[in-house]
Design a protein around this ligand. Structure first.
Ligand code: TMP
Length: 788
C-alpha cells in the first residue's frame, strides 16, 4: 500500500495535521508542472485565471473578427487600393494597429501603466480589468454595424477599434499581473519550504504564458463554430449572410461579459503586505568564472535565433492565412481552420516535445524541427488544395511547437543559473518582436508580390501573394536550421541519418517494467553531483521508517563487478574502445541486477543504487559517439528490462561539480568539459522523456535541501513498511476501541436515563391514583354525609 492508497480517514488525519502547510506544500511540489497546477487550487487565483481564459478567448476572437470586418469594409470601399494588394494592405493595417497598441503600451508606456494600476495609483485593478472588458464588449457589439451605418468611415473606425481593443487588453494584462501575486497564499514559514516564494511567482508566470498562448487556438475554434452557425443562420436571415463575421463579434462580446461577471465577484486585497525578506534572498550563486562558461553559452544566441525564427514564421503564416484562405476559394471558416491548425498545432507541439524521439540529441531535433516547419510552410504555399494546406498547417504548427519548446529547454540548460532569468526575459522580448514583425511584414510582402500566374504548356502555376510569402518564409527557415545544426551539433562525426534511424526504431524495444515487489530507486547524475551523500542520507531516512534498505552502486557492487570497476576506472585503461567500455559496464550491471538487486527486491527490500542504466546511456551514449538507443538496448537485455520505480537525477553543472572533487580524477572524470556537458544533456533528455518516473533536483543547492525534495516525492511513492502498517493498524484498532467504549458508555447512560424516567412516571401514576382515591373517598364521605 502506498501513501496515496491509504484510507481516507488516515489521509484526513495527515491533512488536518498540516492543514495550513498543505496548500503551500503543494506549491513546493518538486516539479514546475505540479506547481503550476497547484496554483489553481487557490479559489481567488482560479477566478482570476478563469477571467483570463474567457477574456483571452474573447480577445483572440475579437482580433480575428475585426480582421475579417476591416477586410470586408476596406475591400468594399477600396480604402487601401484595389484588388489583391488592397486586401493585403488592409490585413497589414489591422495587424499593425494591434502590434502598435501592444508595443506602445506593452513596452513604451508599461512603466506609467504599472504605476497607474499600482495600489497607490488612481486606478483600482479590479475595476481597470472590468472597465477594459466592458469597453471591448461595447466595441464589439457596434463593430459589425459600422459597415451599414457609415460604409466610407467603417475601415478607419474599425482600425481604431482594433487599436483601442489592443490598448484595453494591455491595461487588463498589467492590472492582472499586479493583482495576481496578492492572491497567492501566504509565504510558508521560514525553513518550512523546500523552495522559496519566488517559485510561486515563477509558476504564476508560466500559468499566464501558457494560458495566453492556449487562448489563441481556442479563439480560432470559437470563430470557426461561430462562422458555421452564422452560415446556417445566413441561409434564413439575409443580414447574417452579408455579415459573416457578425456572430463571432457578438460571441466575443459575450465572452467579455462573462469575464466581467467573473471579475465582479473577485475580491482583491487592497495591497500586498510586504513579505519579510530572507537575508539570502536575491543572492545568486557566483559564476564559476573558470573560463569554461564561455564555451557553453556560445550556442545560446543560435537557440534564441531558432526560437525567434519559428515564432516569426508561424506569426507570418497566421497573418497571411486570411488572404490565403480566400485565395483557396474559402471564406471565414477556412481562415479560422487555418489559424486553428497553425496555433493549435504549435500548442500541441510545445506540450508533446519531450516525448518526440526521446533518444535523439535535442540539438539535432531542434534543427530537424526547424527544417520541418520550413518545408511544411513551403509546401503550404505550393499546394492549391484546401485539405492538404490544412494538414500542412497543422504539421508546420506541430514542428514549430517542438522547435520552440526544445530551443527554450536548451537555452535553460545552457545558461548558467544566475543568468537564466535574464536570458529568458531577452528571449521573450526577441520572440515578441519576431511575432510582431512577422505579423506586419508578411501581409506587406504578400501585397508587394501580388498574385502571379505562370503558364508553360499545360502547366499552370497560379498563386496569390500569400502563397509566395508562405513559400519564402518556409524557405528562409531552411538555412536557419542548417546553421543551427552546423554550429551547435553535439554529435559531430555521427551521421544524422543514423541517429535519426536509431531514434525512430527506438519504439520497438523489449518491454520494461519495475519489479512487482520491493522498491527500486536509482540515483543518477554527473561526477561530483553529490550522489553518495544523498544515497547515505536517503538510506538512513528510509531505514528509520522500518524498511530493509539495500544500498548498492554501479560499477563494482559484486566481486566480479569490483574487478570490472578497476579495469573501467583505472587511468591505465586509457585507450579502451568505446564499445568495449559499454559492454563492460553492461556486464557489471547484469551481474549486479542478477545477484544483488533482484533478490533484494524479491524480499520486498528498498534498493538504492548509486547509478544505473541511465549512466550508460548518458556516458557511453551521449558522451561518446555511440547510439544512446543501442546502449539502452544492451542494458535492457543485461537487466532483463528491470527499471527503477524512481530515478533521482541530481543535476549540476560540470564546472560546479568539478570544484567538489577532492581526489585525483579517474579515467572518466578526466574527460574534457564538453564530454561532461554532453553527459549532463543526456541525463536531462532521459528525464524529460519520462517525467513521471524521474525526479530532477538542482544539486547545486545545499545537500539538506536536495534531500528534502527527494523525501517529499518519496513520501508519496514509497510503500508502507511493516512497522508503519502495524502502527497504522494499531492506531485504527485503538480508534475503533475508543469508539466502541464511547458507544457503550452512551448506551449505559441512555439505559440509566430511561430507567429513571420510567421510575418517575410510575411514581407520578401512583401519586395520581392516590389523589384520585382520596378524592373519590372524600366524595363518598360527602355523599354519605348528605344522605345522613
Ligand atoms: P562513481 O561510481 O564513482 O560515480 O564512478 C563511476 C564512473 O563510471 C563515473 O565516472 C561514471 C562512469 N559510468 C559510466 O560511464 N557508465 C556506467 O554505466 C556507469 C554505471 C558509470
Amino acid at each position: 500500500m502506498t501513501r496515496a492508497e491509504q484510507p481516507a480517514e488516515q489521509q484526513a488525519v495527515l491533512n488536518t495535521a498540516s492543514e495550513t502547510a498543505s496548500d503551500s506544500d503543494a506549491l513546493v511540489a518538486d516539479s514546475r508542472e505540479r506547481a503550476v497546477r497547484a496554483l489553481l487550487r487557490f479559489p481567488p487565483l482560479r477566478r482570476l485565471w478563469s477571467a483570463q481564459v474567457v477574456g483571452g478567448i474573447g480577445d483572440a476572437v475579437a482580433v480575428l473578427v475585426l480582421l475579417l470586418l476591416t477586410l470586408q469594409a476596406s475591400v468594399l470601399q477600396g480604402t487601401f487600393g484595389d484588388g489583391y494588394r488592397g486586401a493585403a494592405f488592409a490585413v497589414a493595417a489591422v495587424l499593425g494597429a494591434r502590434v502598435l497598441a501592444t508595443l506602445l503600451f506593452g513596452a513604451v508606456l508599461l512603466g506609467p501603466l504599472t504605476t497607474l494600476t499600482s495600489p497607490s495609483g488612481p486606478l483600482d485593478r479590479r475595476w481597470t480589468m472590468i472597465g477594459a472588458d466592458g469597453l471591448r464588449l461595447a466595441l464589439l457589439i457596434v463593430a459589425p454595424l459600422w459597415i451599414d451605418w457609415s460604409p466610407e468611415n467603417a475601415p478607419a473606425v474599425l482600425l481604431i477599434t482594433v487599436f483601442v481593443a489592443g490598448v484595453a487588453e494591455r491595461f487588463w494584462t498589467v492590472a492582472r499581473e499586479g493583482a495576481a501575486p496578492a492572491l497567492l497564499p501566504a509565504p510558508p514559514l521560514e525553513g518550512a519550504a523546500v523552495r522559496p516564494l519566488p517559485d510561486h511567482l515563477d509558476a504564476l508566470r508560466r500559468l499566464w504564458l501558457r494560458t495566453g498562448f492556449a487562448v489563441i487556438p481556442a479563439g480560432a475554434a470559437v470563430l470557426l463554430v461561430a462562422t458555421l452557425i452564422g452560415n446556417l443562420l445566413g441561409s434564413g436571415i439575409e443580414w447574417f449572410s452579408l455579415h459573416q463575421a457578425a456572430l463571432g463579434s457578438y460571441i466575443a462580446a459575450g465572452l467579455f461579459a462573462a469575464s466581467v461577471s467573473t471579475l465582479y465577484f473577485l475580491e482583491l486585497p487592497r495591497s500586498l503586505t510586504p513579505r519579510p525578506r530572507s537575508p539570502l534572498e536575491g543572492l545568486r550563486r557566483p559564476s564559476t568564472g573558470n573560463g569554461l562558461d564561455k564555451g557553453r553559452t556560445d550556442a545560446i544566441p543560435l537557440f534564441v535565433l531558432a526560437c525567434a525564427a519559428v515564432a516569426g514564421a508561424i506569426s507570418s503564416a497566421v497573418a497571411v492565412s486570411v488572404l490565403h484562405a480566400f485565395d483557396l476559394g474559402g471564406g471565414p471558416a477556412t481562415f479560422a481552420l487555418l489559424v486553428l491548425a497553425l496555433t493549435g498545432g504549435t500548442g500541441l507541439g510545445i506540450r508533446g516535445a519531450g516525448s518526440v524521439l526521446p533518444t535523439l540529441s535535442r540539438r539535432r531535433l531542434l534543427a530537424l524541427a526547424l527544417a520541418l516547419t520550413g518545408v511544411a510552410l513551403l509546401a503550404m504555399g505550393l499546394v492549391p488544395d484546401t485539405a492538404t494546406v490544412l494538414f500542412l498547417a497543422l504539421l508546420a504548427g506541430l514542428a514549430a511547437g517542438v522547435a520552440a519548446s526544445i530551443g527554450h529547454a536548451l537555452i535553460d540548460q545552457e545558461a548558467e543559473e544566475f543568468r537564466r532569468g535574464r536570458i529568458s526575459e531577452h528571449l521573450q522580448a526577441v520572440v515578441r518582436v519576431a511575432i510582431g514583425l512577422g505579423a506586419i511584414a508578411a501581409p506587406l510582402l504578400a501585397a508587394a508580390i501580388g498574385p502571379h500566374r505562370l503558364a508553360s504548356g499545360d502547366f499552370v502555376f497560379a498563386h496569390g501573394g500569400a502563397a509566395f510569402t508562405l513559400m519564402l518564409v518556409g524557405a528562409l527557415l531552411l538555412p536557419v536550421a542548417a546553421i543551427v545544426l552546423a554550429k551547435t551539433d553535439d554529435r559531430a562525426g555521427v551521421p544524422l541519418r543514423r541517429d535519426l534511424g536509431d531514434a525512430l526504431r527506438g519504439g520497438s524495444d523489449p518491454a520494461q517494467a519495475p519489479a512487482a515487489t520491493g522498491f527500486f530507486i536509482a540515483i543518477e547524475g554527473g561526477d561530483g553531483a553529490g550522489k553518495s551523500t544523498q544515497v547515505d542520507a536517503l538510506a538512513e531516512w528510509i531505514r528509520a521508517k522500518g524498511h530493509e534498505v539495500v544500498v548498492t552502486r554501479e560499477p563494482g557492487a559484486t566481486p566480479i563487478g569490483k574487478r570490472l570497476r578497476s579495469i573501467l576506472l583505472d587511468v591505465s585503461s586509457a585507450g579502451l574502445s568505446n564499445r568495449a567500455e559499454a559492454l563492460l559496464y553492461a556486464a557489471d550491471r547484469a551481474e549486479h541486477v542478477g545477484s544483488v538487486v533482484r533478490p533484494a527486491l524479491e524480499r520486498g527490500a528498498i534498493v538504492i543504487s548509486d547509478r544505473y542504466i541511465d549512466s550508460s546511456v548518458a556516458y557511453q551514449g551521449a558522451g561518446r559517439d555511440l547510439s544512446p538507443t543501442e546502449i539502452a538496448r544492451i542494458s535492457r537485455w543485461a537487466t532483463d528490462g528491470l527499471v527503477p520505480h524512481l530515478t533521482v537525477l541530481l543535476d549540476v553543472s560540470p564546472e560546479a561539480a568539478r570544484e567538489r572533487f577532492t581526489e585525483a580524477p579517474d579515467r572518466l572524470e578526466s574527460e574534457p568539459a564538453e564530454f561532461h556537458q554532453r553527459v549532463r544533456a543526456g541525463f536531462l533528455t532521459l528525464a524529460a522523456a519520462d517525467p513521471g518516473r524521474y525526479l530532477v533536483v538542482d544539486a547545486g543547492q545545499e545537500p539538506s535541501s536536495v534531500a528534502t525534495v527527494v523525501r517529499h516525492r518519496l513520501d508519496q511513492l514509497l510503500p508502507l513498511s511493516d512497522a508503519e502498517v502495524k502502527a497504522l493498524e494499531e492506531a485504527r484498532k485503538a480508534a475503533r476501541e475508543e469508539a466502541r467504549r464511547r458507544a457503550e458508555e452512551e448506551a449505559a447512560r441512555k439505559a440509566e436515563d430511561e430507567r429513571a424516567e420510567r421510575e418517575r412516571q410510575e411514581q407520578l401514576a401512583k401519586l395520581r391514583a392516590e389523589e384520585e382515591e382520596r378524592k373519590r373517598r372524600e366524595l363518598e364521605e360527602a355523599r354519605q354525609r348528605e344522605a345522613a
